[in-house]
Design a protein around this ligand. Structure first.
Ligand code: PFF
Length: 459
């Protein structure tokens, strides 16, 4: 094993100033916290519904294995080898004025943009904790329309967006161990416990359990479209926090004696299991009350509240707390990417960086929080929220992931890779093969789809 003083890394002394995880568990919980977020509990269940269930789930699992896992390993290898933020990492492992640092720039910009609108959805989740406490009542129509009212009233959306950003800033200011790690250790076990309880409720106390399991695990391939496959691939990126340097940054605080393979498998597996459990919990309710599984983005904030009116607050309050916690541990990782860059490259203090950049992201997020603000995009007027979501998911993350993959597979020194992977055995050779020939091709296809350039698709 080599230490951080080689290959452009920092000396151990500087490393401890920069911060590192206190334990393997700390890293696993923080990285899993980044991965598990709105993507798992809000997006995965609804896109699975839209694309017809189990066949989509199966394709998604394949995407996690052939695209997500190798790319996560690549990010961890680059991060731990360089012990730097995304921009510094590419410079340290290539050369000081390397054009590859643009990949890091893109990552920092993605963190900025994604957090700005992510915080707005997280804010809705917090608002719904309080709506749940008050109880949902009225006709289905009335309950569903509450969401439209929340979105349409900028003052409410802005207030919750403000609270969420203050929480993210408060945690990140504490640093790697005393902020991110400490809070991940509290929030993640609570999240697991709530989710298991909700799944148990869905499976054992409602009549929707068997139908939910069938919907999620019994594939009907006739329902599978090219669009579904591409969405599964795109979602694998987003849900594992890949393509923007979040895992790279978290990897840079990792200890040298941990296995990157084992940790990447653990994080990807936990992320996937949690998404599936969330799916079972949500669909048990949906089927119990014979609602439409293909409701789309409104599944959580519109369909579920109608059902929660029947189950009562003791199901809905934990559910929205779960959603908030999941969003918070992801939000802090998005902020950390941006913060790490300014600390490492500009020499700013953590406190100053977190306050300034956190505020800048907050202000930028106001564009997304105010639903009535629109700009022309792709042929029609759209809210900033949709525009930023579309640009980051379809362009920024795939481009970032594609470049990261090429760098790890073709540009980085073999000796650097091997030092972090730990061996040159068949597993290593397999990883490099996949990173060279499989993952980039898959990611490139997602990118072409995002640009609406795939010849066999109907745009
Ligand atoms: N993985 C998060 C989710 O599934 O909600 C979203 C995310 C967090 C994406 C952090 C990217 C990132 F860097």
């Amino acid at each position: 094993m080599s230490n951080g003083s080689e290959t452009g890394g920092l000396t151990e002394n500087k490393q401890s100033i920069r911060g590192n995880w206190g334990s393997r568990m700390g890293f696993i919980l923080a990285a899993t916290g980044s991965a598990i977020g709105l993507g798992n509990i809000w997006k995965f269940p609804y896109i699975t519904g839209v694309y017809g269930g189990a066949a989509f789930v199966l394709v998604y699992l394949v995407c996690v294995v052939i695209v997500g896992l190798p790319l996560m390993m690549a990010e961890l290898i680059i991060g731990r080898r360089s012990k730097k933020n995304p921009v510094g990492a590419f410079k340290a492992l290539h050369k000081p004025r390397s054009p590859w640092q643009a990949t890091g720039w893109l990552g920092v910009a993605s963190g900025f943009v994604i957090l700005s609108f992510y915080s707005v959805v997280a804010g809705w989740a917090m608002a719904y904790i309080f709506k749940s406490l008050a109880g949902f009542s009225g006709t289905g129509q009335q309950i569903q329309s509450q969401f439209g009212t929340l979105v349409a009233h900028p003052s409410a959306s802005i207030m919750w967006h403000t609270i969420f950003m203050v929480l993210c800033i408060g945690i990140v200011i504490g640093g790697v161990q005393r902020g991110i790690e400490r809070w991940s250790k509290i929030l993640m076990p609570t999240l697991f416990a709530i989710l298991l309880a909700l799944m148990a409720y869905g499976v054992f106390y409602t009549h929707g359990g068997p139908r939910a399991l069938e919907f999620l695990f019994k594939p009907d391939f006739s329902k599978l479209s090219a669009e579904a496959v591409l969405s599964a691939l795109g979602h694998a990126f987003f849900t594992l926090s890949l393509g923007m340097g979040a895992m790279l940054t978290y990897g840079s605080y990792m200890r040298r004696d941990e296995s990157i393979t084992r940790d990447a498998i653990t994080v990807s597996a936990l992320d996937t299991i949690i998404a599936l459990i969330a799916g079972v919990a949500i669909y048990s309710l949906v089927f119990n009350f014979d609602m439409d599984p293909a409701a789309g983005p409104g599944l959580i904030f519109q369909t579920l509240p109608v059902l929660f009116a029947k189950t009562g607050p003791w199901v809905s309050v934990p559910f929205f707390i779960l959603l908030t916690f999941a969003a918070l541990t992801s939000g802090i990782s998005l902020l950390e990417v941006v913060v790490a860059y300014f600390i490492d490259e500009r020499g700013w203090s953590r406190k100053k960086t977190t306050l300034i950049l956190g505020t800048a992201i907050y202000l930028f997020g106001l564009l997304s929080a105010i639903a009535s603000l629109t700009i022309p995009f792709r042929g029609r007027d759209q809210g900033f929220f949709d525009v930023f979501d579309f640009i980051s998911t379809n362009y920024m993350l795939p481009v970032g992931g594609f470049l990261t993959c090429l760098f790890a597979a073709w540009v980085m020194k073999e000796s650097d890779r091997v030092a972090e992977f730990g061996s040159r055995g068949p597993l290593y050779k397999g990883l490099i093969f996949v990173l060279r020939y499989v993952t980039p091709v898959a990611v490139f296809i997602v990118l072409l789809h995002g640009l609406e350039l795939l010849p066999f698709m109907d745009y």
